[in-house]
Ligand binder design. Structure first.
Ligand SMILES: NC(=O)C1=CN([C@@H]2O[C@H](COP(=O)(O)OP(=O)(O)OC[C@H]3O[C@@H](n4cnc5c(N)ncnc54)[C@H](OP(=O)(O)O)[C@@H]3O)[C@@H](O)[C@H]2O)C=CC1
Ligand SMILES: CC(=O)N[C@@H](CCC(=O)OP(=O)(O)O)C(=O)O
Length: 345
């Protein structure tokens, strides 16, 4: 059994990790932290886990994380970088769900996250945890930077076109919407029921930290200079994410060939579903599952491709993807413990 620790077990990605790991045949939850709930049985806070999780929270300074084989950080940016060096030196693998190790360039990290990086020596080693594009490196990694939720949709949507060299990489547009759980479980005015329900708004229009993350990753796959305009929106759903991506074709290609490009790219990807050309994926077709679904459109058969991408921000956008990485790091089939079918309605 893989001994698993979770730092930040009271938040949304933390409890999602618990749900997935409780059903994982090779994982044994060994330590889970909370600064506020030291000593409280996990199932007392989350009754959905009664009968499935039988350990209690401990404060981060008391939790014996070094006895774990892998530790997930489901914490705000800046927490993992403080503890990862010591854990890795002790032979523990680390998967950070935050952004501490996502950007290779320290100055770019510090500019966007407005905190100094305390473990810059690990930036080079950290592996970006997007299995569909990075499977081999993940399987050898000691430290995973789990992707952001929006960047997962943008990269998997643009990648096949970018790799084929048939779009203008300097003019990528992403119009994306997230459910409110994307903002985490902390109390904030913007996520109050009376603010976020029955409402719809864009945010981060002049710059969101997922733009440099996505651009830097996409840049690995093209010689053109990547230019991305990304606008996130908050929509009144609890979970789920819908990204509508636009790319300009630079070559003649039929719709059948476009579709074939995506189907070929993701033919072995268990968690990426390329739907029929022209279809309309819904976020609920992924709710609670680790699936990401893609559908292509070509308005008026012109030179713009519209790529619709849906997923669940908490599963494929965070905790499910992190478990997918854990499976690879421990030599297990990638889908172990991740075969849940989406909930309907
Ligand atoms: N929500 C989402 O859809 C996604 C989130 N992410 C990223 O995952 C990370 C976690 O997100 P999410 O679960 O939503 O956040 P939450 O705010 O819901 O939870 C944060 C957790 O971190 C703990 N925590 C906070 N500060 C510290 C600290 N200084 N030291 C130790 N533990 C701390 C909190 O526990 P306590 O206060 O009890 O100690 C809590 O359990 C974030 O970095 C987020 O950006 C990534 C992709 C998607
Ligand atoms: C709805 C909402 O607020 N979403 C978050 C994204 C959360 C996330 O997953 O991203 P990181 O791990 O990079 O912080 C936001 O836009 O800040």
């Amino acid at each position: 059994m893989i001994k698993v620790g979770i730092v930040g077990g009271t938040g949304y990605t933390g409890v999602e990790l618990l749900r997935l790991l409780a059903a994982h045949p090779e994982a044994q939850l060994t330590a889970i932290t909370s600064r506020k709930e030291d000593g409280l049985p996990v199932a007392d806070m989350f009754p959905s886990l009664r009968g499935h999780v039988d350990i209690a929270f401990s404060s981060p300074d008391k939790a014996d994380l070094k006895q774990c084989d892998v530790v997930f950080f489901a914490t705000p940016h800046g927490v993992a970088m403080a503890q990862a060096p010591e854990l890795i030196a002790a032979g523990v693998k680390v998967i950070d769900l935050a952004a501490d190790f996502r950007l290779k360039d320290q100055a770019t990290f510090e500019k966007w996250y407005k905190i100094p990086h305390s473990a810059p020596d690990l930036l080079e080693e950290a592996v970006y945890g997007l299995p569909e594009l990075n499977r081999e490196d993940i399987s050898k990694a000691r430290l995973i930077a789990n992707p952001g939720c929006y960047p997962t949709t943008m990269q998997l949507g643009f990648y096949p076109l970018l790799k084929a060299g048939i779009i203008d990489a300097g003019n990528l547009i992403a119009d994306a919407k997230s459910g409110v759980s994307g903002a985490g479980r902390k109390a904030e005015i913007g996520t109050l029921f009376s603010e976020a329900s029955d409402n719809f708004k864009a945010y981060g229009v002049h710059g969101h930290r997922h733009t440099p993350e996505t651009s830097a990753q996409l840049q690995r796959y093209t010689d053109q200079k990547v230019g991305l305009i990304f606008t996130p929106h908050l929509v009144p759903m609890i979970r789920g994410m819908h990204s509508t991506l636009y790319a300009r074709l630079t070559q003649d290609i039929t719709n059948d060939a476009l579709q074939a490009l995506f189907e070929e790219q993701y033919k072995d990807a268990e968690f990426v579903d390329v739907m029929p050309f022209g279809s309309h994926p819904e976020t609920r077709s992924t709710r609670g599952s680790n699936m990401l679904r893609i559908a292509l459109h070509r308005p008026d058969n012109g030179n713009t491709v519209v790529i619709l991408v849906v997923q669940d921000n908490l599963v494929k956008g965070a905790s499910g993807q992190a478990v997918q990485c854990m499976n690879l790091m421990f030599g297990l089939p990638e889908s172990t413990g991740l075969k849940q079918i989406a909930l309907l309605p």
